[in-house]
Ligand binder design. Structure first.
Ligand code: ARG
Length: 442
């Protein structure tokens, strides 16, 4: 490779931006139609260009590739001129690669956001299914990874449903924010041609046109917002992956990950490792890196366009590709999850997880909760010392700690009853979780 060629490669984006070709052509078609409507180019020339662009788009769909060029915008133009002659060069009046690339990226992201939202809906459907099919499965709920209070497994899974619900909102908001056409901003200053930006915007399906041409060619907020939304989404997938990894450990054994989402060890024949979930957790770091990358590329750039902006495409594309893979794998992992209800119940090694119920009991009898908490702490210490469950302590023992205890205390010391008593909105009773599921289904 000679030195000149290497220099060309250094600034070329074609290897990664060629995926924008369908959007570049869609933008060019809208632009040319607008140019002819506004009498900036003749109808005859416009027809030739439109036909040529259409043929290129069809060939791309059939798997043909564009000629190599510095970037996708030059490649499309080069191919068009090769096919229809110099008249192809007329399509670049009143536009620049600067508004062109911003337009292409927005069109690309609109499609990707639709794909991602639909993948998120699949993940949510998988969660709903596993929650509904195991609505009665009980398990310890944890804080600090210590047994805290008993809960329904379905309640825990529905927590993730809510996180993904917020992700969907974030992506939809990102879509609405970016839904304005930069095309016609030209290099930065607008143009002296009598264009109508509304026409091309409408043809491309944008909701609005952008208001300031300098902002339009400098702005990559939309890409940053997309990656930021992706980073938060990955935070959620990573936490879910971590929960599933813990639950599938030999110690917990609450769930079995389907064999196709695990892999064997090269040395220890008995092992099936949760590699797919670990890769999801690992890729989260990569998306955070992409967010740091784009923020750092953008900071300190003087207005308006600078070539640095080209580098921002790399983390953007990587983020969209990674998200789609992660969500596809995740929804299959959830769908194929096998639960071990017995292990979940066996995880309650004793009933100290019901201590809060004892404190609540005393509070309902009239004691201030703080006092009740102090008394219950002593009762638990007494139970531990005597190697007994709370439900095994006699009423006479309870009475030694407080006169408020009556014979109904033992009814309260049953894990399933306790779960059923948490009927508050959003709580863990079957009734409350059932309501969450019913609402989620709509
Ligand atoms: N490939 C370039 C990019 O992605 C296109 C815009 C080039 N503009 C320029 N003034 N050199 O940013």
């Amino acid at each position: 490779m000679n030195r000149n060629l290497r220099k060309q490669n250094f600034i070329s984006s074609f290897d990664f931006d060629k995926r924008l070709a369908p959007y570049d052509i869609a933008g060019a078609l809208a632009h040319v139609k607008m140019l002819s409507k506004c009498r900036i180019i003749s109808d005859g020339d416009a027809k030739k260009i439109i036909k040529g662009l259409g043929a290129i788009a069809d060939d791309l769909k059939r798997g043909k590739s564009l000629p190599s060029a510095e970037d996708v915008h030059y490649a499309v133009e080069k191919e068009l001129i090769k096919r229809i002659g110099v008249v192809g060069g007329k399509m670049h009046a009143a536009r620049s690669r600067n508004d062109q690339v911003a337009t292409d990226l927005k069109l690309y992201l609109k499609d990707e956001i639709k794909n991602i939202v639909s993948s998120l809906l699949s993940v949510q459907r998988a969660i709903l299914k596993v929650a509904r099919n195991n609505i009665d499965a009980i398990m310890p709920g944890y804080t600090h990874l210590k047994q805290a209070q008993p809960i329904l497994f379905s309640h825990h899974m529905m927590a993730y449903f809510q996180m993904f619900e917020r992700d969907i909102k974030r992506f939809k908001n990102c879509y609405d924010n970016l839904d304005e056409s930069p095309l016609g901003s030209a290099a930065l200053a607008g143009t002296s041609f009598p264009i109508d930006r509304g026409i091309s915007a409408k043809l491309m399906g944008f909701a609005r046109v952008s208001e300031n041409s300098i902002d339009s060619v400098s702005d990559r907020d939309f890409a940053t917002e997309f990656i930021a939304s992706a980073a938060i989404l990955m935070l959620h997938t990573s936490r879910l992956a971590e929960d599933l990894i813990i639950w599938s450990s030999d110690e917990f054994d609450f769930v079995k990950i389907a064999a196709q989402f695990t892999s064997g060890s090269s040395i220890m024949p008995q092992k099936r490792n949760p590699d797919f979930l670990e890769i999801i957790r690992g890729k989260t770091g990569r998306i955070y890196g992409n967010l740091t990358s784009i923020l750092t590329i953008l900071k300190g750039l003087p207005l308006s366009y600078n070539r640095d902006l080209q580098e921002a495409q790399i983390p953007l594309f990587d983020t969209a590709d990674t998200l789609k893979d992660v969500l596809a794998v995740l929804s299959e992992i959830i769908s194929s999850l096998k639960l071990n209800h017995e292990k979940m119940e066996e995880a309650f090694k004793n009933d100290y997880i019901l201590a809060t119920e004892v404190a609540d009991y005393l509070t309902k009898k009239g004691l201030p909760f703080r006092t009740a908490h102090g008394i219950t702490k002593k009762i638990v210490e007494h139970a531990i010392k005597n190697k007994k469950n709370l439900s095994e302590l006699k009423l006479s023992e309870y009475k030694k700690f407080s006169g408020y205890f009556k014979s109904d205390i033992h009814n309260r010391l049953n894990i399933k009853n306790v779960i059923e008593s948490k009927k508050s909105l959003g709580g863990t009773s079957r009734l409350s979780v059932g309501k969450q599921i019913a609402k989620a289904k709509t």
